[in-house]
Design a protein around this ligand. Structure first.
Ligand code: SAH
Length: 341
């Protein structure tokens, strides 16, 4: 494992300094430099003694991922990053009226194989390390001279297939001494890895959980999401109930609208039935059509009908505002293009 300093939670760093016979507060000093002053040059951390600085330089690497392409759209900026082993990942900045939200990637590629998704088509190469997620935020903030107020883990990858690194990432961005993004401003989206959801609810972290449901029954879901053969809707509903009971938090269900696949009136009724009485809301996502994939977006009249049926049945529902479809900002499209070049 790469010993990058941005892989370290405050706790990990404190343990390290104690283990070399130094003081625990050294970790806080370093954090102050890295995250508040945004200074990564250890030689310039002048309140730390020279020989300690030398030890730190020996112990930790200071590799950075780098921005290799930026695409500007209206209210959206898309970043392509190159990793030190020459792989590519993406992040998308969305400017909302309530703040700047960054959609970060968690893996190089993805193994979940959802039929409609560009990232899944390219398969997982490896997990991202924590520093590679942290640096997506630091680099975007620096490049645009802005603060990011919200983070969504909805870029390339399945966050719960990279559990430990993602958990450390959340701890670092949530830490008031580091990037300081409130837990309620962080949303983790998963295709529904049931065991990991169960584990996550016991971590005591109050971030928002979003589940990519995308179908009202197992027949349709298995057709578009192979993971449904392992983590089907019944298992997901069971664990979500536990999750809500344990955390007292509302869960979001994401539902991509695919023309003729999962968008009929019957689907809307069936979805209302399975979600009835649950503390949740549904986010309808107009499908972003992508190269090489045959699925089509539902007609907007059908999205409205679907929405109305859910509403009428007492389900909280919103239609996701669209960002980025004009600049290929959806889910792995830039990376896919780069790889196919
Ligand atoms: N693996 C995680 C997070 C990354 S995908 C998950 O499955 O939730 C983030 C969301 O984008 C998921 O809901 C995913 O199903 C959806 N998605 C993938 N491709 C899409 C596309 N072309 N248009 C719209 N949403 C898409």
């Amino acid at each position: 494992m790469n010993n990058n300093i941005y892989n370290y939670t405050q706790e990990n760093l404190e343990e390290y300094f104690l283990s070399i016979g130094d003081k625990k507060f050294r970790a806080m000093q370093i954090y102050e430099w890295l995250y508040k002053k945004r200074m990564d040059n250890i030689d310039k951390m002048l309140n730390i003694k020279k020989d300690t600085r030398e030890k730190i330089k020996d112990e930790f690497s200071d590799d950075w991922i780098k921005i290799v392409d930026i695409k500007q759209g209206e209210d959206v900026v898309k970043f392509l990053f190159e990793l030190i082993d020459d792989h590519y990942i993406e992040a998308v900045l969305m400017k909302h009226n309530y703040g700047n939200s960054l959609c970060v990637s968690t893996q190089v590629g993805c193994n979940m194989g959802c039929r409609f998704c560009q990232s899944g088509r390219l398969k997982k190469v490896r997990n991202l390390q924590t520093y590679e997620m942290v640096q997506q935020i630091l680099l975007v903030e620096k490049e645009l001279d802005i603060r990011i107020s919200h983070v969504v883990l909805m870029g390339i990858g399945e966050p719960f297939d990279n559990y430990n690194n993602v958990l450390n990432f959340i701890k670092i961005i949530n830490n008031p001494r580091a990037i300081e993004i409130g837990a309620r401003h962080i949303t983790l989206s998963t295709c529904g890895l049931v065991k990991k959801i169960e584990k996550f609810m016991n971590e005591g972290i109050q971030v928002n959980l979003a589940i990519s449901l995308h179908a009202p029954n197992n027949k349709i879901r298995s057709r578009i999401m192979p993971i449904n053969k392992v983590c089907n809707i019944d298992k997901i509903m069971e664990v979500v109930k536990k999750y809500i009971e344990k955390t007292n938090r509302r869960v979001t269900f994401e539902y991509i609208m695919l023309d003729g696949v999962n968008d009929t009136d019957e689907c809307a009724k069936e979805l209302s039935d399975i979600l009835n009485g649950l503390n949740c809301y549904v986010n309808l996502i107009p499908y972003n059509e992508t190269q090489n994939i045959r699925y089509k977006r539902s007609k907007s009249s059908q999205i409205t009908r679907f929405y109305d049926i859910l509403k009428k049945n007492g389900i909280n529902v919103t239609v996701r505002r669209e960002f980025g479809s004009l600049i290929d900002a959806a889910c792995g499209q830039l990376r896919a293009k780069k790889m196919e070049e």
